[in-house]
Design a protein around this ligand. Sequence first.
Ligand SMILES: NC(=O)c1ccc[n+]([C@@H]2O[C@H](COP(=O)([O-])OP(=O)(O)OC[C@H]3O[C@@H](n4cnc5c(N)ncnc54)[C@H](O)[C@@H]3O)[C@@H](O)[C@H]2O)c1
Length: 263
Amino acid sequence: MATGGQLEGRVAIVTGAARGTGEAVARRFAAEGARVVVTDVREELGAKVAAELGDLVEFAALDVTQEDDWARVVGDVAERHGRIDVLVNNAAQLHMGPIAKTPPDVFRRIVDVNAVGPYLGIRAVVPAMQAAGAGSIVNVGSIDGLLGMNGLTAYTTSKWGLRGLTKAAALELGRSGIRVNCVCPAGGNPEMFGPWFGQISEFLEETVAYTNNRGIPGEASLETIASAVLYLASDASEHVTGIDLPVDGGAFAGHFIPGFNEL
Ligand SMILES: NC(=O)c1ccc[n+]([C@@H]2O[C@H](COP(=O)([O-])OP(=O)(O)OC[C@H]3O[C@@H](n4cnc5c(N)ncnc54)[C@H](O)[C@@H]3O)[C@@H](O)[C@H]2O)c1
């Protein structure tokens, strides 16, 4: 992809970037001239992605639930590169199953990774951003943070929490020149559903009907989601803060009944 230069000279940390959406974001940011720190708990894969993306991209092991990891990575990036312009809180975990089959420790883990992790990330980068008087934080939420969904209670709870964090932080940090926004995609890496593939395939017709019941049928591609993240990370969105940006083909626009187009 040709360099667009929208993030020329900027330093960005992307969590959960060893694969899927985070990897697509890292790729896009690098193409726009940013220095990108790919972080993840999948160390081998993350290092491989960073090596593939060239000299501007590096890997750092980071478990988003660990304060010590955040302190180490943010301290190191600030020291070596002198700035942190963008944080993308993308890392997340999924759990599928009804409430009765969601044990408390699993529920807590999902909220810990998906909502507490981004809070720890914001805490870690804000001093450097405040000192610079500028910064953009992009949280990767989900359509499940805009609507509820059965069988996804822990995940849905975490993604709604992430939207609350986004808005409160945007209000708190705006006067420091720091913007905080949330991208809410309907789509991502199918590998996230890996452990439940077998069970989901039993309801294939219903899940296809669900994703087709939109203004634009189907799921957003990783590249499309990365474009939305880029918009919020870059100066193109300089007066935008505290928003949820659905990348959902109009799923959140309302109800679509196929036959009604033929009336
Ligand atoms: N997959 C989808 O259909 C879908 C839909 C809407 C939103 N999303 C969101 O998109 C984002 C990216 O997900 P994806 O679709 O690329 O799935 P993915 O599973 O490929 O990516 C998630 C990444 O987060 C990493 N991760 C998990 N726990 C971590 C931790 N504690 N610390 C650091 N990294 C950790 C994983 O190793 C993985 O690389 C997530 O926020 C997800 O909730 C995904």
